[in-house]
Write a protein that binds this ligand. Structure first.
Ligand SMILES: [Mg+2]
Length: 373
């Protein structure tokens, strides 16, 4: 191993993360409600023959997929590829899909409240601690798969392992009605055998530039030094380096995960002095910075909240080019925002608050990595 491996953060392998994904969701709902469709090549989309050739495929069932038809393709492709006596278009009915999705979410919340929905039909769950008191993610995945089938008549697949991206690759590994468990000691080998197109964020274009360099599999990525990948592909190379080595620190953003971190205080009597207001804002900026650093987070958006004696409240926000946890930068932004609102000092300030949103995980190695290499 090359010394540039040190540029990567250390992975915690003790979390238990599940990625749960409904199989061909919209198409499966339609086949459940109209069994005649089960023997057809079903495409859920506007029929392009009635819409001037327009329409995009939301989901295709597995029969249609055998003809090379899939999600996000123009619907007209289905007309070209599938024999007319086999092909059926069904208009998407999102109201119905949302109702089923709701049922699925109820089942997931029987296991944990740390559920991060990705779309109507897939979600990440952190089951390290869970409501059923189970020690194995396999048991929990089985529970959800069985309950979903019992209550909705639909099949799903899941992957379970120690981080998010790997859990997603695992759930896709054995669809439909699949289950894939990847133990920490198996991750490197599993990833080595994957084609690069299976890695998150690797689209057609990026695939081509990788293949030109002779990088076709996870193994090829593992054999390239971290330094090489960063030099070639910057930030994206860094994430490829992490993924090929099985590293992903991102938390499952449950409904209760904090989406913002802030400090505020009300004043009685109100503040009329600019210096006093700024002193308080500096203090809150510093406290917010401390919390961000402690939680290993950086914020891309800084928010000032201010209320006058008439209980008129406003918030002003500023987006940063680069996420930060630095108290000086946070205060600087808050101060600039504050100075654009002189009218509040005339009326007296009753509340001041500093908060940060658009939070992201801070990567240790990221600090100046992309400039120095
Ligand atoms: Mg799905």
């Amino acid at each position: 191993m090359n010394s540039s491996e040190n540029l990567l953060p250390k992975q915690d392998i003790h979390r238990r993360i599940i990625h749960l994904d409904m199989d061909a969701f919209y198409a499966s709902v339609e086949m459940r409600d109209n069994p005649n469709l089960k023997t057809k090549a079903l495409v859920v989309a506007h029929d392009p023959r009635k819409y001037n050739g327009h329409g995009v495929i939301t989901t295709a069932n597995y029969i249609a997929r055998r003809y090379g038809v899939g999600s996000a393709m123009p619907a007209i492709e289905a007309v070209r590829k599938i024999p007319p006596d086999k092909l059926v278009f069904v208009e998407p009915n999102f109201k119905k899909y949302r109702a089923v999705s709701q049922q699925v979410h109820e089942i997931m919340h029987e296991v944990t409240d740390i559920v991060e929905p990705i779309s109507l039909d897939e979600a990440y769950l952190d089951v390290t601690k869970n409501k059923l008191g189970s020690y194995t993610a396999l048991e929990l995945g089985n529970y959800m798969q069985a309950e979903i089938y019992k209550r909705t008549g639909l099949t799903s697949s899941f992957g379970a392992t120690y981080n998010k991206f790997l859990a997603k690759m695992a759930s896709e590994y054995a669809k439909p009605f699949g289950k894939t468990i990847i133990l920490p000691e198996e991750a490197i080998d599993f990833l080595a055998r994957q084609d690069i197109k299976k890695f998150p964020g690797v689209g057609k274009k990026t695939q081509n530039s990788l293949r030109e360099l002779g990088i076709n599999t996870g193994k090829d990525l593992q054999n390239k030094s971290v330094e090489f990948l960063i030099k070639k592909f910057k930030k994206w190379g860094y994430s490829l380096a992490m993924h090929s080595r099985g590293i992903d620190l991102s938390p499952v953003e449950g409904d209760r995960t904090r989406k913002s971190i802030g400090k505020e205080r009300t004043f009685e009597p109100s503040i009329f002095d600019q210096q006093q207001a700024l002193t308080n804002l500096r203090k809150y900026s510093s406290e917010v910075s401390d919390i961000l650093i402690e939680k290993n987070l950086s914020a891309k958006c800084i928010v000032l909240k201010i209320r006058d004696s008439d209980f008129h409240t406003i918030t002003r926000r500023r987006m940063l080019k680069k996420a930060t946890s630095n108290e000086k930068i946070i205060f600087q932004e808050v101060r600039d925002l504050f100075l654009t609102l002189p009218e509040f000092l005339n009326k007296g300030i009753r509340l001041l608050g500093v908060s940060t949103t658009n939070l992201e995980q801070t990567h240790y190695a990221e600090v100046d990595l992309f400039d120095t290499l």
